[in-house]
Write a protein that binds this ligand. Structure first.
Ligand code: NAD
Length: 502
């Protein structure tokens, strides 16, 4: 289906309602065209008022030499419609290709990724009957800023960026979502016992903003034990908000333990648009066989209809989908002898949903979408009072293979600091964050990447000219510095971490 599928020809077979809302559609790669065709057929049969604009993205665009996987004219459609219904794509193997998903999310500022993970027991096998968890994943920041460097022969780094505005937006979104959808609890997962500043900020903002939502329960878990509890007893969670990486991993885990990744849809919401997609990929091994389960993309389509202010269509499709699942009409991935009644292919499932439009499930909870618009971007209050920022030191990272910390200290102290008339002192040296000077342990393994920390004398502050002069002197002395980080205080509070063992 992938190579022969013609999006325009397929779209010509669908109804074209007058005054349809323009939506950009991508049929994607692998199973993408099949599941998108199935989903659109159902949505349009349910009376969706849409004007569909197809764009090409993914493998064919990458292979035509566009490393972003999306053509400039596709952006024109996306920026105009502001709504993107997207099938999964295949990212070609090998270097040089940027992730299209990350590019679209970040270019359009789609900061909130909402992934409902729901169990459909007893109709779909699950160990967690009753599971109904919404994962709200921050979508733009964290380690996904994509800022990576190789600094020495042996050491690579990836910058983890957590910002106050980005965190405020996603936390507020999670609370607003919970309130709008009648949820009672919002949980936050972070690793702030280790990353006290980045994850610490996420947790702190969760507490600050959470205090404004007296009607909702709040709790925080360290992500490792939180993940264990989610896998063991997901029924204890309701809405969970997380930084990007934890949310990416745990939403797949949550969807899979609920029943199947093939069942979960997701929305990506921002101030300038929204994108709706399945959480799974293009499953190339089953492509073109009319086997794939279209449910994830279909349920993403349901979220899109609610977003577009067509709750009647959202309810109709969701309830017909629940009825089909309940009637045991199942694709191979969820089919079970004794429980399922009929094994169907992708289009067979779509036809089964269409045949049930207007029906409600008998056992599963019917879906209700009302005219209340789904929560959009919630605006930003931000920090209004700027804190007093003072430069009180500098971390200089150097590349030096082999050698002893004591020798590095000797070389980088003495004449270097003496030139600053007591303004600067060498404070410590760490390797991979562990203090190795003064008083390091001989057992500590050292790489070729050292951090040398200089601090201003008590009560004094520095400026960038002092730092530039320090770096100039280090360069003249033959030090191969690979990066520097200013050490600041904000209203007197340190904006940097101590060395491990300091
Ligand atoms: P995948 O999600 O495509 O497949 C994982 C497994 O789940 C496979 O065994 C597959 O058979 C099964 N599966 C997935 N969706 C299914 C469905 N709808 N019905 C039935 N079974 C289904 O993950 P992968 O194999 O790791 O990745 C394949 C390609 O998809 C890669 O090129 C990857 O980069 C891409 N990908 C794209 C997206 C996206 O576009 N949003 C997301 C994830 C992966």
């Amino acid at each position: 289906m992938t190579s022969t599928f013609n999006a325009k020809e397929f779209l010509a077979t669908l109804p074209t309602p007058a005054n349809g809302t323009p939506v950009t559609v991508a049929f994607g790669d692998g199973i993408g065209p099949e599941i998108m065709a199935a989903s659109l057929k159902v949505l349009m049969a349910a009376g969706a008022r849409l004007k569909l604009e197809p764009i090409a993205i993914g493998e064919q665009v990458y292979k035509a030499g566009n490393s972003a996987g999306i053509e400039p004219q596709a952006w024109e459609s996306l920026r105009r419609t502001k709504v993107f219904y997207k099938a999964p794509i295949t990212t070609p193997q090998g270097g040089g290709f940027k992730s299209l998903n990350v590019t679209v999310r970040k270019s359009l500022g789609l900061y909130a990724n909402i992934r409902p993970c729901v169990a459909y027991a007893p109709f779909v096998a699950t160990r967690h009957a009753g599971m109904d968890v919404i994962i709200v994943r921050e979508n733009e920041e964290d380690l996904y800023a994509g800022i990576e460097h190789r600094q020495t022969q042996d050491v690579y780094q990836c910058l983890k960026l957590i910002t106050r505005p980005g965190t405020e937006k996603i936390i507020r979104y999670a609370f607003e979502y919970a309130r709008a959808h009648g949820r009672s609890k919002v949980t936050c997962f972070t690793k702030d016992n280790i990353m006290k500043m980045t994850d610490g900020l996420f947790h702190k903002v969760f507490d600050e903003i959470g205090a404004e939502y007296q009607d909702l329960d709040k709790e925080h878990w360290i992500v490792d034990i939180g993940a264990a509890k989610l896998a063991d007893n997901p029924q204890q969670f309701d809405v969970i908000v997380m930084p990007n990486l934890y949310g990416d991993i745990l939403s797949d885990v949550a969807a899979e333990i609920a029943g199947s990744v093939g069942l979960a849809g997701s929305s990506n919401i921002g101030e300038h648009g929204a994108m709706f997609e399945a959480i799974h990929g293009s499953a190339p091994r089953i492509a073109g066989q009319n086997k794939a389960n279209p449910s994830g993309l279909m349920l993403a389509g349901v979220q899109m209809m609610a977003h577009l202010g067509q709750p009647d269509v959202a309810s109709k499709v969701h309830n017909a989908w629940l009825a089909a699942i309940e009637d045991g009409i199942h694709t191979y991935d969820i089919y079970e002898e004794g429980q399922s009644s009929e094994k169907v292919g992708t289009m067979g499932f779509a036809d089964a949903v269409i045949a049930r439009l207007g029906r409600k499930p008998r056992t599963l909870k019917p879906a209700v979408y009302d005219d209340k618009p789904i929560v959009l971007a919630t605006g930003l209050r931000g920090t209004t009072v700027r804190e007093e920022k003072k430069l009180v030191g500098v971390d200089v990272f150097i590349d030096q293979p082999g050698g002893l910390a004591a020798d590095i200290a000797k070389k980088m102290n003495g004449p270097i600091t003496a030139a600053f008339d007591g303004l600067l002192r060498l404070d410590m040296i760490t390797n991979r964050g562990v203090k190795v000077w003064p008083n390091g342990l001989p057992e500590t393994f050292c790489t070729d990447h050292w951090r040398v920390r200089y601090m201003a004398a008590e009560g004094k502050s520095l400026n960038n000219a002092t730092i530039a002069e320090l770096l100039r002197r280090l360069a003249v002395a033959g030090t191969d510095f690979v990066k520097m980080e200013g050490l600041y205080t904000f209203d007197g509070k340190p904006g940097y971490s101590l060395g491990q063992g300091q």
